[in-house]
Design a protein around this ligand. Structure first.
Ligand SMILES: *Cc1c(COP(=O)(O)O)cnc(C)c1O
Length: 435
């Protein structure tokens, strides 16, 4: 019998009995349940030990990493892992660091680096763990113990504590502030380079992403910075590869109008660009550095490169994405671009079907956003389902969990960020709201 015995003397159940009892309702490893039972017994009075243990086990089960349906309308939702990617591998070895021609040791960066370079119009490219790592490595490799010039208007903090002054400092370089918060001109950079006591090795230009100064504002374009005597590295952030979007048959969506792109930034004379793999590129978490071969080599040779290199899953995934861009199969193979470009009329049709199958909600027009600081302020027309009341917690408990949005006591399900294959999950989740 699996009952927890609270005996007449009011003694709490034994740890083991409680753990076995928890196992009936929670499919967690025995060792985890034993730990929970211990903590519940230590914390609770005899009467509510079981209830506390149940809550702890539920909390832990719900906190486990898993796939969810993103119905928020935020395409690149940092809390939801940004760009959705499929992991396609089998448990076989890979030629990650084997040169297949010679049979000797090779580099994991060779193939992916070449494809990314081709894509960006760069001489070479390197993949690291994220864009923060890309900036860190570039500054460490090119400006160590020297100075890096950054406009005061671009000395920003971007989401989750990525702060330009701190990253620069961690790289062993000295930050030299240039210009003012709202206006920085070419002559401000020139003055910093010429100033006695300064030893500027690099100009770092940073796209302020989710931050905006409006009004009397001026920054120095890359094409002007490129006339300076030191290399210019540009953190473009979101990883739009080409602002003419050739993978969309040349129709650049309006929401991308002001987004800097790797190809054009390099063409304008940047020595290097850095960007995230999991934003507009539509890939896994990683950072890409692309540009001049000698500078990429300096980054690759720096001791930090080893600590910042991604694993084989990331490299494989970046390779298939780069191939999709080069093959122009982006809108069929990259989920982010599929979601971003699907017509509103299709989303409305899907909403109608889900509503008639579940008997819950009404069709509504919505505005999706790119998210993750990409194209700040821009919206993408969308459609979805509105339901009276706040159902967020219940939807999160559904298997598969649905992450929706609430406004004015109404729950909104934006279909732009939901894969069509998950419409059936929505039907079952909406039906469960009636119970
Ligand atoms: C998002 C962003 C970063 C941080 O990128 P991670 O890949 O999250 O490390 C850095 N710089 C800019 C301009 C960004 O937009």
């Amino acid at each position: 019998m699996n009952r927890v015995s609270v005996d007449t003397a009011g003694r709490p159940p034994s740890v083991d009995a409680l753990a076995r009892e928890l196992a009936i309702r929670h499919s967690l490893p025995h060792a985890v349940l034993v730990d929970i039972a211990r903590r519940a017994i230590a914390n609770g009075s005899t009467a509510d030990v079981k209830k506390i243990a149940d809550e702890l086990a539920s909390e832990l089960a719900q906190s486990l990493l898993r796939d969810v349906v993103n119905a928020t309308g935020v395409l690149l939702h940092t809390n939801l892992g940004r760009a959705p990617v499929a992991v396609q591998t089998i448990n076989r070895a890979s030629n990650l660091e084997l040169n297949m021609l010679t049979g000797e040791r090779g580099s994991r960066q060779d193939a992916v680096g070449k494809l990314l370079a081709l894509l960006c119009g760069a001489q070479a490219a390197l993949v690291v763990n994220n864009n923060a790592a890309a900036v860190l490595l570039v500054v460490a490799a090119l400006a160590n113990s020297r100075d890096v010039a950054v406009s005061r208007g671009e000395s920003v903090e971007i989401g989750g504590n990525f702060r330009i002054p701190e990253v620069t400092e961690q790289s062993g370089a000295r930050l030299v502030d240039v210009g003012t918060t709202n206006r920085t001109r070419l002559r401000d950079y020139q003055k910093a380079i010429d100033k006695r006591g300064n030893d500027i090795a690099l100009v770092l230009k940073v796209h302020p992403s989710n931050y905006r100064v409006s009004g009397f504002v001026e920054d120095t374009p890359t094409s002007e910075l490129a006339t300076l005597s030191v290399p210019v590295a540009v953190d473009i952030g979101s990883g739009l590869i080409d602002n003419t979007c050739p993978w969309l048959e040349g129709r650049t969506p309006a929401w991308l109008a002001n987004e800097p792109a790797a190809r054009q930034t390099l063409k304008d004379g940047a020595a290097l660009v850095m960007f995230s793999g999991d934003k507009l590129f539509g890939g896994p978490q990683c950072g890409v550095i692309a540009g001049r071969a000698d500078l990429i080599e300096a980054c690759a040779q720096h001791p930090l490169a080893r600590a910042l290199r991604p694993g084989s899953l990331t490299m494989l995934s970046m390779q298939s994405l780069a191939l999709a861009y080069l093959d122009r199969t982006v809108t069929t193979e990259i989920t982010f671009w599929q979601m971003a470009t699907i017509p509103v009329s299709e989303l409305q049709l899907r909403a109608e079907k889900i509503i008639s199958a579940s008997g819950v909600g009404e069709v509504c027009l919505l505005d999706s956003i790119p998210g993750a600081g990409s194209a700040p302020g821009a919206t993408i027309a969308s459609a979805g389902i509105v339901i009276a009341g706040d159902h967020l917690a219940k939807l999160r408990k559904h298997d598969v969990p649905i992450i929706a949005r609430v406004k004015d006591s109404k729950t909104f399900i934006d279909l732009r960020t939901v894969r069509p294959q998950d419409d059936a999950v929505l039907v079952s989740a909406l039906k469960s709201l009636q119970k």
